[in-house]
Design a protein around this ligand. Sequence first.
Ligand code: GLN
Length: 473
Amino acid sequence: MNLTELTIAKTHEGLVKKEFSALELTKAFLDKIEDLDKKISAFITVTADSALSQAKKVDDLISQGKEIPILGGIPLAVKDNMMIEGVRCTAASKILENYIAPYDATVIQKLKSHGAVFLGKTNLDEFAMGASTENSAFGPTHNPRDLSRVPGGSSGGSAAAVAADLSVYALGSDTGGSIRQPASFCGIVGLKPTYGAVSRYGLIAMASSLDQIGPMTKNVADARIVFKAISGKDKKDSTSVELEIKDLRFKIKDLRIGVPKEYFIKGIDPEVEKSVKNAIKKLGEAGAKIQEISLPHNTDDALAVYYIIMPSEASTNLARYDGIKYGYSASDAKDLMDVYMKSRGKGFGKEVRRRIIIGTYALSSGYYEAYYLQAQKVRTKIIEDFNKAFKSIDVVIVPTAPTPAFKLGEKSKDPLSMYLADIFVTAVNLAGLPAISLPCGKNAKGLPIGLQIIGKQFEEDKILELGEFFEKL
Ligand code: GLN
């Protein structure tokens, strides 16, 4: 048995049946990381010692005959924008290069209470700004399915770790596609929960009205397990809510799937279009009712709105990195203003600086009404589009990304073409909806293609159930 290839359920079974110990399992992953991650660079920090002692604790419980939670003893990787107490947390930025997290994020605390084993922190685009994991101060991550290509982003390290069997599962964050797009590029499953379903406490903020943490896994059943473990109300995040996890009895014949025409547009890769349409057809043949719908403010408008609202929120969130409170501080500054200018100028990479400038501009007096306020109005239109559509359908199915994984360097010099990679993912964040990306095929080169199932707010159960149904199909 290859220990690193198992799902959560199978790993749990093996641990409980004592087919292997948590220590053996953890060592197998650490060895594999040592061996393979030289080529992939999924990890920024590997926490081998603490992982081994976490594993040992679970083995002790098992040998005492105690019952262990489903995630107990199971190794995972965490995107390096979530805090694990005592572990370096960089957000892939030079400005936080040596920053040690002073507390646990709520999701980490929850997983620790399950006895999870933390293998380390994964690479991302700096402050989660990007779609390729090339905007990292620690160098790019390579897609394990083809090392000359990007893993997607910004949770590219987490996606690559799961795809290369360097961890059983991983946590990612999704502000404008950062869980779903890398999941689709690497051929794994990624769930972006409803806004508020998972606490953001201890997640380094990018755009606070859009950010959500979610699972990246080998299959849909695993995504459900991790989602259940990390979701729920947290008094440290006032936007979080208690979830009522319903027990749906799934009947494919009762399911109405909406296919919005705005997502099958010029510029989409023909193999992606074919693969997603084929998947929809299969669901139709299985009994689902397929309906063409229109979400008029999705895709183009949503992307434009996202690239106003996200940098506006990011520019205010990133004001806290002033060279004094956190992280890197320029040593050659003459006065306070010079500390700010030099620390931020040297500490932030190019893309982060670009977004701070765009956001500051959009929020400044005289431009606010034309950009930020206007964007908020169109955001409301996007929400209304979905509300209207969900009166006659249950879920929406669209491609996750317009293309499969692109080559390293292919878009990194052209920010606009990089932003276009987000065209199918940002509306979901703007409307606060849950969406899951799962593999639906491969192109002629063998690169994975992903489809996205979008649900109503707090209907994670439904999209997970449909996802599992599709996997079996
Ligand atoms: N590609 C998106 C961006 O660059 C992803 C952001 C995210 O979800 N963290 O903004």
